[in-house]
Design a protein around this ligand. Sequence first.
Ligand code: COA
Length: 329
Amino acid sequence: MPGAKITAMGVGVPPGLLTNQDLEKMVDTSSEWIVERTGILTRHIVEKGVTTSDLASEAAQQIIDKTGIDPTTIDLIIVATITPDMMLPATACLVQDRIGAKGAWGFDMSIACSGFLYATQVAAQFVKTGAHKRALVIGLDVMSSIIDYEDRQTCIIFGDGGGAALIEPTEEGEEGIIDFLHEVDGSGGEFLCIPAGGSKHPTSKETLDSKMHFVHQDGKVVFKFATRKMPELCVRLLERHGYSGDDVDVFIPHQANLRIISAAVDRLKVPMDKVIVNIAEYGNTTAGTLPLAIDTALNQGKLKKGDLVLFGSVGAGFSAGAMLMRWAY
Ligand code: COA
């Protein structure tokens, strides 16, 4: 049975920036507070009318252009997002049409910040069984569409953007995706949620007036879970393979908050120069952070063929994940 590996990446990032100084004019906050508590300086934000499928298709098209693959040979498209263009149809269908992936089926996956890792694992399963040869995994969110820019606790954190990964079978002797360890703890659901717009509270004048269609979070509870769970899963996954933090060549954590990343790094004991951090520029793009961080690592020359790469994620659900792979290109 072959393994599965990432063979190409693309990104979809809007050019517009929302800076801390912009936010100082919108809510009662200061750039100093934001930097100290989160490490964020700017976030990329879409122009009005730009959608998740626009950016996702751009990321997918980059892969097609870079690799020269025929889009009709893509078998599966999974879009991990909590900001689909519409509730129906799935954004994966919109991307499939836009990029001309005539032979693909697909679906969206709604598991917030763990979306990219969970979708990558699902795609990898199809590739490993031989059912598919080419799967496209997209992790991308237009968070500005669900953020209340009068709520200083959430509006300072989130940004728009993400990326796409092509998953293909490994060659003989290659490791590719080595293993994963994903967990959910549904008891944390209420602490990071969008209360309305689903079957529990269908959209109404009342839900709109009370802003229940925006992201609501209890930052402290989320922070506590994130600082405990992400490193715990990473350590358990490494130990399962006889590795420690010392063996990791590159650690790519979900970019939720610089303090959450620092807590994970302390626990894992991975040297900081092996940790990919781009939260200062992008903020938290939910399902978009990990593909964007892979892109950063590649651009900075920090990620090379043969590197042992550890990924960690944590977010709404609560959901969390860890993945270990040998970088393949
Ligand atoms: N600017 C200035 N002050 C702010 C503020 C802002 N943007 N947001 C909150 N505050 C205030 C609070 O009202 C509070 O004031 P008070 O003491 O008078 O009540 C004070 O700052 C401290 O708030 P606190 O909630 O303790 O701050 P914190 O250190 O926990 O940081 C978060 C807040 C949201 C940055 C932090 O909890 C966090 O990052 N949580 C995780 C969120 C996350 O990552 N979500 C996505 C998960 S994938």
